[in-house]
Design a binder for this molecule. Structure first.
Ligand code: ADP
Ligand code: ZN
Ligand code: ZN
Length: 727
């Protein structure tokens, strides 16, 4: 009897492909094994998703599996099933889903051998060596960290923010010598731990009581309320049961401080997966979790697909963060997949945030998630006071009001730090000719070019096109070009002019793109000396600045009035997250928000009552209009070289969807608010349904028809289930 296997092949088709399994392969096929297969003119690496498939194609027409790449399955059955489930749920080709679940190293037939990591420990003769100079404080701090941790690899040392320039002299000077990889010995049982306050205690008890069962918790606690401590304690109980834990963090949430806390509490137990690692390092860490050599995985979005030997607890920190949703190709939400994995593995899932998403709050209201609240800041720090600054009719100095500048002066005079937040990088978002009105627009997008003054260029933040900054108007040749509105670069210059005696530190994508530059800026700030920080949302994530006592928010209005109904939710979260950076330790913080609409009800609720009442109000509005998370939605997007092309395709797709079915609606085709992006015209259909099953039925039809419809060559289209943006 000939045998067939079904293989998930990385290609845009929404199905698996059957191949003949030859005796000569010398192995039994198993689900999850990688195989080399012919596909059209190419050879690809695929993963077996079914064995003993039946098939009526004549044998001589069947393609044959060329080679088996694994001794035993690379992907365990639970992940293969998760991939198939997710392919259905997100209406995405299964081959691409399964491939994305593999570390890059395993997507190729040939694998590079990896060197095992070298670990370093403090030398036994350290006392006999000449003491390090007083100026070498970073080296002394590294020695102290290694001493505390026992041993650390070069990679871990780098992740903790120490460069090779700090490490190498310690090795060469004999302060450090080679060590074996640490083995977990349960020493976390005896680590120094703070005494939990009663809310933390209740949260830890609730979670640990459910270990071994699927359950979902929302841990809602302001920044600094001790959420991480709750995770650490719950993980301790999980490890004591001989199980492993997965901790997901947002893209730039893995700060050296966080990693250090996990490493020090659980020495020899922690692996990381994030974009700063090489493919080889990622593969090694993946294996350490799979083989249960390590018990804890701390990782960003794609870490949710790591195979675990014995998964017992899942934590999603800052669960509201948009970086959990992949924004191209397979548009999955790692947060939602994490919940699905919890159900597959029968283990609790803890979603934590200071600003929970409306989705999770709705799940609490529906009794699907159990709410755990931390209302107090751990260690007794108090919440910042928030004040609205009405800037209507006020003359602004490069975007800054007199009240905000005065508050900054007082903050610096008191020896503290100020943080000025504006979510717009560059010098100015718009360049205009004062004489003829010409505007510097992007040639490929319906968008204005941003002025980057230091680099003397105009740059489009949507397609990254750039050109030299003109000095005269290209249209009327006058010299009167004006910069409309501020960006962070302009604020930095203005603040330097106002406060020449203190350092002004700008943190945005432009100042932190070089490796390690973010860490060195953060180190400067954490010395605690008076300074002014100015930056974008990069300031709102991960890092804490204990000496910041003033937070100034330059412009909040944009998000509150955005075209997307999620605008106010997103702005509110950002505002609260930025505000949470202030007054963390023993210092009281104040937050000033500049606004043209101080009476805006959402803003009022946020300022007077805090995030929870604000979010409840937004949720009530969503209820009123039956918007997600009350209903379920999906967006079908298309883009083409003409708007007509994109719209015509969506028009035909829409016409073919079952109008007879009830409980769902469809809007569009609507052109995106920024219709042209990077030379392509974009439009969308928005689907909404009261029940998920109805939405999925319609999407299933849509995908089937969309695949069949004849399309112009240049047309691209995609499906986004549970979108976080409409366009
Ligand atoms: P979050 O994750 O909510 O921002 P953390 O867990 O990082 O909060 O806690 C904030 C700070 O308070 C940390 O320095 C932490 O060590 C400390 N901390 C947490 N829980 C306690 C506690 N029960 N007693 C004293 N300090 C605590
Ligand atoms: Zn002009
Ligand atoms: Zn552009």
């Amino acid at each position: 009897m000939p045998r067939f296997v079904t293989v998930a092949v990385p290609c845009p088709l929404r199905r698996g492909f059957d191949y003949l399994w030859a005796e000569s392969l010398g192995k039994e096929p198993a689900i999850g094994m990688r195989v080399s297969i012919p596909f059209g003119p190419r050879r690809l690496v695929g993963v077996i998703i079914a064995t003993d498939s039946s098939n009526d194609i004549p044998i001589n027409k069947m393609k044959v599996v060329l080679r088996v790449l694994d001794e035993k399955p690379t992907l365990p059955l639970d992940l293969v099933q998760l991939g198939q489930w997710a392919a259905d749920y997100y209406h995405h080709p299964v081959g691409d889903c399964i491939q994305q679940m593999l570390p890059v190293t395993l997507r190729k037939a040939e694998q590079a051998k990896e060197k095992p990591a070298q670990y370093w420990q403090c030398s036994a003769e350290i006392k006999q060596l000449p003491p390090l100079s007083a100026r070498a404080h970073q080296q002394r701090s590294l020695l102290a960290v290694i001493q505390q941790s026992g041993q650390l690899s070069r990679r871990q040392i780098k992740d903790l923010g120490y460069s090779n320039n700090i490490l190498n002299p310690l090795i060469n000077g004999g302060y450090l010598n080679k060590a074996n990889a640490p083995v977990a010995d349960g020493s976390y049982m005896h680590a120094d731990k703070p005494i939990l306050n009663s809310e933390q205690d209740a949260a830890v008890n609730a979670i640990s009581a459910r270990l071994g069962h699927f359950d979902r918790f929302l841990l809602d606690g302001v920044t600094g309320s001790g959420k991480t401590e709750v995770y650490l304690r719950a993980i301790e109980y999980c490890l004591a049961r001989g199980e492993q834990a997965l901790v997901l963090i947002p893209e730039i949430g893995l700060t050296p401080q966080t990693l250090q806390r996990f490493e020090q509490r659980f020495p020899g137990c922690v692996s990381t997966l994030h974009s700063g690692l090489s493919d080889g390092e990622r593969f090694q860490n993946w294996r350490k979790i799979e083989s249960a050599e390590h018990q804890i995985l701390l990782g960003t979005r794609s870490a949710v697909f790591t195979p675990f030997n014995n998964l017992g607890l899942i934590v999603v920190d800052e669960e509201h963060d948009a970086s959990y949703k992949q924004q191209d190709g397979w548009r999955y939400s790692a947060r939602d997949i994490a919940v699905k994995r919890g159900s597959d593995h029968n283990c609790p899932v803890v979603l934590g945030s200071a600003t929970p998403s409306l989705d999770s709050l709705h799940n609490v209201a529906q009794n699907r998630y159990q709410l755990l609240e931390l209302r107090e800041r751990a260690g007794g720090a108090s919440a910042p006071a928030i004040r609205l600054l009405d800037i209507r009719n006020e003359s602004l100095d490069e975007g800054l009001s007199k009240s905000l500048l005065d508050a900054t002066t007082r903050t610096i005079a008191a020896g503290n730090q100020a943080l000025i937040f504006l979510n717009r990088r560059g010098f100015s978002p718009q360049l205009q000719c004062h004489s003829c009105g010409w505007l510097a627009n992007c040639k490929a997008c319906d968008a204005k070019m941003t002025v980057h003054f230091g680099r003397r260029e105009l740059r489009c933040h949507h397609c990254d096109a750039s050109e030299a900054l003109p000095t005269i108007c290209p249209q009327c040749h006058h010299h009167q070009l004006i910069y409309q509105g501020p960006g962070t670069e302009r604020l930095e210059l203005s603040l330097k002019r106002h406060f020449p005696e203190v350092p002004v530190i700008r943190i945005d994508r432009d100042t932190t793109s070089a490796k390690g530059s973010m860490q060195s800026l953060v180190d400067d700030i954490r010395t605690g000396k008076p300074c002014i920080l100015v930056g974008t949302q990069m300031l709102a994530k991960g890092h804490h600045f204990p000496d910041v006592t003033l937070v100034g928010i330059v412009d909040i209005d944009g998000g509150l009035f955005s075209a997307d109904f999620r605008g106010p939710e997103r702005s509110g979260q950002l505002l609260v997250q930025v505000a949470g950076r202030a007054g963390r330790a023993d210092k009281l913080g104040t937050v000033y928000i500049q606004t043209h609409c101080p009476e805006h009800p959402a803003l009022q609720a946020l300022v007077n009552d805090g995030y929870q009442p604000f979010a409840r109000q937004l949720l009530a509005e969503r209820q009123l209009f039956s918007l997600p998370p009350i209903s379920f939605s999906a967006v079908i997007r298309a883009d083409a070289t003409s708007l007509e092309g994109a719209e015509a395709f969506l028009e035909r797709l829409r016409a073919s969807l079952a109008p007879g079915d009830t409980g769902w609606s469809i809007v569009g085709p609507l052109p995106a608010p920024m219709t042209r992006k990077a030379g392509r015209f974009r439009a969308a259909l928005i689907l909404q349904a009261e029940r998920r099953s109805v939405l999925h039925r319609q999407l299933h039809t849509a995908c089937h028809i969309g695949d069949q419809l004849s399309k112009p060559q240049n047309l691209r289209w995609s499906v986004d289930v549970d979108p976080i943006d409409l366009f």
